[in-house]
Design a protein around this ligand. Structure first.
Ligand code: ADP
Ligand code: ZN
Ligand code: ZN
Length: 730
């Protein structure tokens, strides 16, 4: 007795878990997978997560150590999340201990107690009930709170009231409202009816999903930009809430805009649990707790929110499912979209993936009848799809990246009182500094990359490692002084716009203009309300926003994606063009999109412009099939990096040899090759590509290879990682 074996996940670089004896004085009946324990590990004490209880172990009895302390009374990683984490740890070949850590807010990783949920709320007092509505005619925000609380006499949770603390305090000082404690039965949820009646396509999509509630089917909602996808999500969430269940909404990193939030807040006066990278540790734990207790019926977050426990899960939505930021690119390289589907299947709840430009992965899943596609083919209301025009800029004199025809069109749209949006996915003033005498180019000392000239701080920046240095005034190679910026970034285009349109208010949105907290929202608001008439920016400006009065969109450089070494580049470019173009003409006046390119005859570009994204995607998928590339095959990237030039390549050579020694024929091995940018931040990088038509064979091979690598000597001299289903093959 007292000798149960606990299988525990420990934060360590090893794939396996570790066996311990149960802590003294612990009731075996109290042990549940997903609880945290403090255990001795090497010379340290660490916090691990219980995966299973057993009475057997392969470890010699005298070597077994005893766990020190059980930290929880209930599991902090819920059963369904733990199952998902274990699956993901296997599938992505990532250490289980670290995978478990990803599933917990930082404070829980450090051993803090999750603590009880906050159940304080506000309710109206009898004095408040006697107040005439006219008494607050000049305090609109206070009046709104009074109206909401009158409708909820038993009280509302603080987070369910859309008002700043100062407004609540002012009302409390008057004695009209007071704090109260809510119990779950009192967590009343208000849903405002939609201001729109769903159109036929939206209705059909909602009904199709509601008809399959008990019958797991992933849905792909393919809706052109502005077709009302979000409205479909809201309708489904409403019905989820009506069933007293919770909805989890995943959005890409830059998708969690104030506009989206206020849409949720307007429709649902319920506590929203928000999970994104900008939270403090305490805020994150609070949101996690509200989701776990069921107090927040709606959870909205970026990719790691997929690990949020829910008391009554009822629906998962993944917005912009094609977006690369849903895949974690370092450490635990999981795809939040794919985990969403896995989790929903396990929970037997509906999952909805939405996009105007679905990933080829999801389209293939539709073709193979694993997912069901629902279409929203038209924009809502009177808005129609914009028209496209390719501008051949090969024989044009560009002025800081702007062609004459584009400049003329901008003038016409501005004259008509409309807004114009220009897109350039490159920040800074110029991406290159060049010597006209000897063709020297300013490069980063730590990367195989050019330095970008930034004018705001008069420095050269490397966008890959972050290093900075003063702009050279004399060529270090020939000592000449004929140094010039080449090409353009957003800073340079902004200056050109200032020269051409001096009286027009501009708004530039990129990483440099939005560093200060709150600045992005301020600039977006200027763009949205129409105060800024010329909008210029990188993809921060391009995605998800609704600017009703933009009628002209200019894409300054569409060529980047056409000839890249990454096989996904053209898909990315097409998605970006469609998303940017989607900002145009979302209102009464039709929009137009002008695309500057040196390759107006490029077949994929032609297809996209003339026949639209679905036709483009069909062709791109056919190309991938012919080339045996994902999603037609499964791909894994083994990456390695080291400070000395050949170490990473040598390590991957060893790996390739290990693989070929297995005699496995189902898996193709390519490389190793140096990465496209071989040196980054002073480290040399290389990669080995594994591919197979049989995902299972590839997975089995990887499991055995990864286990062997943990013990080889070469592996300790490099940083190496496994990336299953990579979204970025640089
Ligand atoms: P998407 O998410 O596909 O870009 P949205 O849901 O944001 O589209 O809808 C675009 C615009 O159309 C929004 O302003 C929204 O309020 C409006 N809208 C959505 N559904 C309807 C509808 N059925 N009738 C009228 N307007 C609608
Ligand atoms: Zn020179
Ligand atoms: Zn660098």
């Amino acid at each position: 007795m007292n000798n149960l074996i606990l299988r525990i996940a420990i934060p360590s670089p090893l794939q396996r878990c570790f066996d311990y004896l149960q802590p003294v004085d612990t009731d075996p009946a109290a042990l549940q997978p997903g609880m945290r324990l403090r255990v001795p590990f090497g010379r340290r004490t660490v916090i691990g997560v219980l995966l299973a209880v057993s009475d057997e172990t392969d470890i010699d009895a005298h070597k077994l150590k005893r766990a020190l302390q059980l930290l929880d009374e209930t599991a902090v990683i819920s059963r369904d999340v733990l199952a998902m984490v274990q699956w993901a740890s296997d599938y992505y070949h990532h250490p289980i201990g670290d995978a478990c850590s990803s599933a917990m807010p930082a404070l829980l990783r450090r051993g803090q107690q999750p603590a009880a949920t906050d159940t304080t709320g506000w309710r109206i007092t009898s004095a408040g009930r006697a107040v005439e509505t006219t008494a607050l005619s000049r305090a609109a925000r206070q009046a709104k709170v009074m109206a909401v609380l009158s409708a909820h006499q038993q009280g509302l949770h603080r987070n369910a009231i859309d008002a700043p603390a100062s407004v609540l305090r002012a009302l409390a000082d008057k004695g009209w409202i007071e704090n109260c404690t809510l119990n779950e039965a009192h967590l009343d949820h208000t849903v405002m009816p939609s201001i729109h009646t769903l159109n036929t396509a939206q209705r059909r999509a909602v009904d199709a999903i509601l008809a399959q509630l008990d019958n797991f089917t992933p849905f792909l909602l393919a809706g052109v930009t502005g077709s009302g996808k979000t409205e479909v999500y809201l309708e489904l969430i409403e019905s989820t809430l009506a069933r007293r269940q919770q909805a989890l909404v995943l959005v890409p990193e830059i998708g969690l805009t104030p506009q989206l939030l206020s849409r949720f807040q307007r429709r649902f006066q319920v506590p929203l649990a928000l999970l994104h990278s900008g939270l403090t540790d305490h805020e994150r734990l609070a949101a996690w707790r509200q989701a776990r207790s069921g107090e927040a019926p709606i959870i909205i977050g970026t990719r790691s929110a997929i690990f949020t426990p829910m008391a009554r899960p009822g629906l998962i939505v993944v917005d912009e499912e094609h977006d690369a930021s849903l895949k974690q690119q370092d450490g635990f390289r999981y795809s939040a979209r794919d985990l969403a589907v896995w989790r929903a299947r396990q929970l037997k709840i509906p999952v909805l993936l939405g996009s105007a430009t679905p990933s080829l992965e999801s389209l293939l899943n539709v073709e193979q009848q694993r997912y069901r596609q629902l279409d929203l083919p038209e924009r809502t209301g009177v808005a129609i799809q914009p028209t496209f025009q390719l501008l051949d800029v090969r024989r044009q004199a560009l002025e800081d990246g702007l062609s004459q025809p584009l400049l003329q069109r901008i003038q016409q749209h501005l004259d008509a009182g409309d807004q114009v949006l220009l897109f350039l996915n490159r920040r800074g003033y110029a991406p290159t500094l060049m010597c006209y005498d000897c063709d020297w180019i300013a490069e980063c000392k730590r990367c195989d990359a050019r330095m970008t000239w930034h004018q705001h701080d008069k420095l050269l920046h490397c966008h890959h490692c972050g290093s900075q240095r003063p702009v050279d005034s004399i060529c270090p190679r020939c000592q000449g002084s004929d140094l010039h910026p080449q090409g353009q970034g957003t800073e340079r285009v902004e200056q050109a716009l200032e020269r051409h349109f001096p009286d027009i208010k501009r708004v530039r949105i990129d990483r440099d203009t939005t560093r200060r907290k709150g600045e992005l929202n301020r600039l977006l608001e200027q763009a949205r309300c129409g105060e800024g008439r010329l909008l210029l920016g990188t993809q921060m400006l391009a995605k998800g926003h609704h600017f009703p009065n933009v009628t002209l969109v200019g894409i300054l450089d569409a060529d980047h994606g056409l000839f890249s070494t990454d096989f996904r580049a053209s898909e990315r470019m097409a998605q970006l063009i469609v998303q940017v173009a989607g900002r145009a003409g979302r209102h009464e006046r039709p929009g137009e999109v002008m695309i500057q390119t040196c390759h107006p005859d490029h077949p994929l570009l032609q297809l996209l412009i003339n026949q639209g994204y679905p036709a483009f995607a069909r062709a791109a998928l056919a190309e991938r099939r012919d080339a045996h590339l994902p999603p037609a095959t499964a791909m894994v990237l083994l990456r390695a990096e080291a400070t000395a030039a050949d170490t990473a390549m040598a390590f991957l050579d060893t790996v390739a040899a290990l693989i070929s020694a297995t005699g496995n024929r189902a898996v193709e091995v390519w490389g190793p090759v140096p990465a496209t940018m071989e040196r980054r931040a002073g480290r040399y990088r290389a990669q080995l590509v594994l591919q197979s038509e049989q995902r299972g064979a590839l997975q089995r091979l990887l499991s055995s290879i990864v286990r062997q690598l943990e013990t080889t000597r070469e592996a300790r001299r490099v940083r190496w990682s496994v990336d299953v289903d990579p979204v970025d093959t640089y």
